[in-house]
Design a protein around this ligand. Structure first.
Ligand SMILES: Cc1ncc(COP(=O)(O)O)c(C=O)c1O
Length: 379
């Protein structure tokens, strides 16, 4: 249960773990504590839980045979493993790779690193809706392209790429694979994961535990290992496998995927209520569009400082975000909103509301009342 005096509107930053997930984790830590690499009974028991967690993840995503799961600490590590691991392994096939200019830093920084290693990178610009125009991808593809990484749902503004069209374009080039940072759509938007060669899950974004996550990839794809040691996780990520965390990830995914359609409908209604309250407030300019994910509503303030408004909202127990949680301490400007062609003032003053199952219609009314008060009272 959430605290009755607070309204949490920052689900894209992190979510409260499901009770079932926490109790599964604590029970497993005290009972199933064997090392899944040990060959004695406790180890074999742990390994069987680990294998079941892998199967359960693929089942929750409706993926039949042909995929494997590599457990990681979250989406950042999974994106790094997929992008850098793939490029280093297959650089003899070609050295051109493609991404977009609004990806999460855990993708963008991998491309910048690979650029330093000699890869040629195309950073596709997004259109005014924050999505990659498939014809732009088509123009950028070459016979040397080995990897394309384009996110499903943007974490700041909720814009959603057309994965079906994009994947079709990539797969017309036999040497190229399609990776997608699906962190913000798993458990929320209905994605056909079979369109993708590699994609990622972050546990704490789907009411799971921080420190849990995975990379899902086609069986036949080989990656260069990133962590050296005992060879766990298919030789890609050495280190004793945290079996309870892996099972907690499978559990949260199972719970959230089972109610994905009902929740999508509920969140869409809540989103609309917030939108109705906000859209006509003087000094508000929307950055999310009608085609964005309903889970995220992003706008800029034209006359006030977003950081001041975020702090004032926090003082009355309403938690929202200005730019993304990962960026907000480093820089006060949103490169995603700037990429939409918006002014510096707008990019510096963004507010993101991100919804979850603990929100309701009344939250929109309370938010609007407090937000209007703050907008009137602060300079
Ligand atoms: C789109 C996107 N990708 C990757 C990440 C990183 O996820 P994690 O915290 O699991 O490393 C985030 C987290 O904000 C995200 O929103």
């Amino acid at each position: 249960m959430r605290n009755a005096n607070q309204i949490y509107l920052d689900h894209a930053a992190t979510t409260k773990p499901y009770d079932e997930v926490v109790s599964l984790y604590t029970r497993m830590e005290s009972e199933i504590y064997g090392n899944s690499s040990s060959i004695h009974g406790l180890g074999i028991e742990a390994l069987s839980y680990l294998n079941k967690a892998r199967e359960s993840i693929l089942k929750s995503l409706k993926l039949n045979k042909g995929y494997k799961v590599i457990f990681t600490s979250g989406a950042t590590e999974a994106n790094n493993l997929a992008i850098i691991g793939y490029c280093l392994k297959h650089q003899n096939r070609g050295k051109h790779i493609i991404t977009s200019n609004v990806e999460h830093p855990s993708v963008l920084e991998c491309f910048r690193y690979l650029e330093k290693l000699g890869f040629k990178v195309t950073y596709l610009k997004v259109n005014r809706n924050g999505v990659v125009d498939p014809s732009e991808l088509e123009k950028a593809m070459t016979k040397e392209t080995i990897l394309v990484s384009l996110m499903s749902t943007n974490n700041e503004i909720g814009s959603m790429n057309d994965l079906s069209k994009l994947s079709q374009i990539v797969h017309a080039y036999p040497k190229a694979v399609f990776h997608s940072d699906t962190t913000q759509s798993v458990g929320k938007d209905n994605v056909d994961y079979s369109l993708l060669d590699m994609f990622v899950i972050s546990g704490h974004k789907i009411h799971g535990l921080k420190g849990s996550g995975c990379l899902v990839l086609k069986d036949k794809i080989e990656l260069e290992q990133r962590v050296f040691g005992g060879g766990q996780e298919d030789g890609l990520r050495s280190g004793t496998v945290p079996v309870s965390l892996c099972c907690s990830l499978a559990k949260s995914l199972q719970i959230i995927q089972a109610k994905i359609s009902a929740e999508f409908e509920l969140i869409s209604k809540i989103h609309q209520q917030f939108l109705d309250e906000i859209k006509n407030v003087d000094g508000v300019e929307l950055n999310s569009t009608s085609s964005s994910s309903p889970y995220i509503l992003n706008f800029s303030l034209t006359k006030k400082k977003a950081s001041v408004v975020v702090e004032a909202l926090s003082n009355v127990g309403i938690y929202v975000s200005s730019v993304s949680a990962c960026n907000s301490k480093k820089e006060a400007s949103s490169y995603v909103v700037a990429a939409l062609g918006k002014s510096d003032v707008l990019a510096h003053n963004t507010i993101r509301l991100s919804f979850g199952e603990d929100n309701n219609k009344e939250d929109a009314l309370v938010f609007a009342r407090e937000f209007n008060k703050i907008m009137e009272n602060i300079r």
